[in-house]
Design a protein around this ligand. Structure first.
Ligand SMILES: Nc1ncnc2c1ncn2[C@@H]1O[C@H](COP(=O)(O)OP(=O)(O)O)[C@@H](O)[C@H]1O
Ligand SMILES: O=C(O)[C@@H](O)C(=O)COP(=O)(O)O
Length: 418
């Protein structure tokens, strides 16, 4: 194993696995830190954790566990993957996890680059944009768990860490790999251990990838991985793998706990011509709605690819959070989706789409799977997955990814492999 990746959520980890597979690396996505040795032939491993919204100490401990397992598998370089919208709070967890990993790996200069141009995320002069909007005007300012109210990633990261934060701007990045390498060295000389790097296009990310070939730790969105496979290929360590995915027909189900703008649009379109069950926070808290009731409803609509969703607009989410507490309501909803996922296989579902990072963490936990094979890309950053050794396909969709018809596309790709 060459490249060891630690993802702070499940949709993000599948996004990263997608990039590495497209880059030609034999990649396996693991749910949590595996026990025992990885199977032969895995060149890149992505360990998906659900640490984005955990207390800092727990997120650090789990990330270090993942790093140690990856070290035992022989990894030479490590990647800490977080969201392309830098989802975090002023306390963490990106800064503290990165610092713990940097200390453990003796990394003196660590790149931070959330940019993912394929999904409209770019970083310019240290500021993060989602398409043509600054991050704090993109809808992310209303995220239920990690509202992003500052687009200056240097300032946001500095609030989370004692490491000094530097910056390599676009004027250096456009100079290519060597210039970026020199700029990183300059920032390190100036005492900056954490270095935010601008990127506007995939070409910038390939160049950054080249510049970090000798770094033990890199951090970013999935875009930061674009240039990494080529470093290993140049050294003759990998060849060029093709995607190997067995499609799965059979009953489909959509679960959506993401309240992000894109997902709410997708829910709105899908529910026009599919059975849809909305889960209201009040109904769940009062016991009027339960996982058992929802499972009975799914059984009634088996074969019609039903949708169960709690996705709600920011006002509704705010009301529920004020009434029950942010963590209480999030946990209640996530637990509900985990129970449904656990029942899904028993009732014959073989294609499952989950929308939302935290939601997907709960769904995968409910499914109880340990490893996933990575299949074809459905939308930028979202691959079709298959539970290793099982006739069960899965899609973990990041909240803000995908076009309005995403759910239909995902079900189709899982069924026909294209
Ligand atoms: N109606 C709702 N009211 C309050 N919180 C909700 C509601 N629906 C979902 N949530 C919570 O909001 C969070 C959404 O996060 P996540 O699943 O990561 O989506 P995204 O990928 O869009 O960030 C989850 O913790 C979920 O349980
Ligand atoms: O980088 C990204 O945007 C995604 O890979 C990701 O991490 C998304 O997380 P969620 O929006 O919580 O699904």
């Amino acid at each position: 194993m060459l490249l060891g990746c630690i993802g702070d959520d499940f949709t993000g980890s599948s996004d990263l696995a997608n990039t590495l597979v497209k880059g030609g690396m034999a990649t396996t996505l693991y749910s949590g830190v595996p026990t025992g040795r990885a199977e032969e032939g895995v060149e890149a491993a992505v360990v998906a954790l659900k640490t984005r919204s955990l207390p800092v100490e727990e997120a650090v401990a789990q990330s270090l566990d993942a790093m140690r397992w990856l070290q035992q598998q022989g990894c030479m370089q490590f990647l800490f993957k977080y969201c392309s919208t830098f989802d975090s709070t002023p306390q963490g967890n990106i800064g503290p996890v990165a610092l713990a990993l940097a200390d453990a790996l003796s990394a003196r200069r660590v790149v931070f680059c959330p940019a993912f141009p394929g999904a409209g995320r770019s970083l310019y002069q240290g500021h993060l944009f989602v398409n043509d909007r600054l991050l704090n005007e993109s809808g992310m300012e209303s995220h239920p768990l990690t509202p992003m109210t500052d687009p200056d990633i240097r300032r946001w990261l500095q609030r989370q860490t004692s490491a000094s934060v530097g910056h390599v701007g676009f004027s250096d990045v456009r100079g290519g790999g060597c210039v970026i390498w020199q700029a990183l060295a300059r920032e390190e000389e100036h005492g900056h251990r954490f270095i935010v790097v601008d990127a506007l296009s995939d070409d910038d990310l390939y160049a950054i990838g080249e510049a970090v070939a000798d770094q033990p730790l890199v951090t970013g969105g999935s875009g930061i991985a674009l240039g990494l496979p080529e470093n290993f290929r140049r050294k003759g360590l990998i060849g060029h793998r093709r995607v190997n995915f067995e499609p799965t027909e059979g009953p489909g189900l959509i679960l959506s706990g993401s309240c992000s703008n894109a997902t709410r649009g997708q829910v709105g379109v899908y529910r026009i011509d599919h059975p849809a069950l909305e889960i209201e926070a009040d109904a769940l808290m009062s016991g009027e709605m339960t996982a058992d009731l929802a499972i009975s409803w799914i059984k009634e609509h088996l074969g019609k690819e039903p949708l169960v969703y709690s996705s709600a607009n920011p006002d509704k989410v705010r009301d529920a959070q004020a009434k029950y507490g942010t963590e209480v309501i999030a946990e209640k909803i996530e637990d509900f989706f985990a129970q449904i996922a656990a029942a899904a296989r028993e009732i014959g579902i073989t294609r499952l789409v989950s929308a939302g990072g935290e939601t997907s963490g709960a769904v995968v936990k409910g499914l109880g799977c340990t490893a996933m094979d990575v299949g074809p890309e459905i939308a930028p950053g979202v691959p079709a997955l298959r539970l290793a050794g099982e006739n069960f396909a899965l899609t973990l969709k990041s909240g803000n990814f995908g076009t309005e018809d995403f759910f239909v596309r995902a079900l189709r790709t899982m069924a026909n492999g294209r």
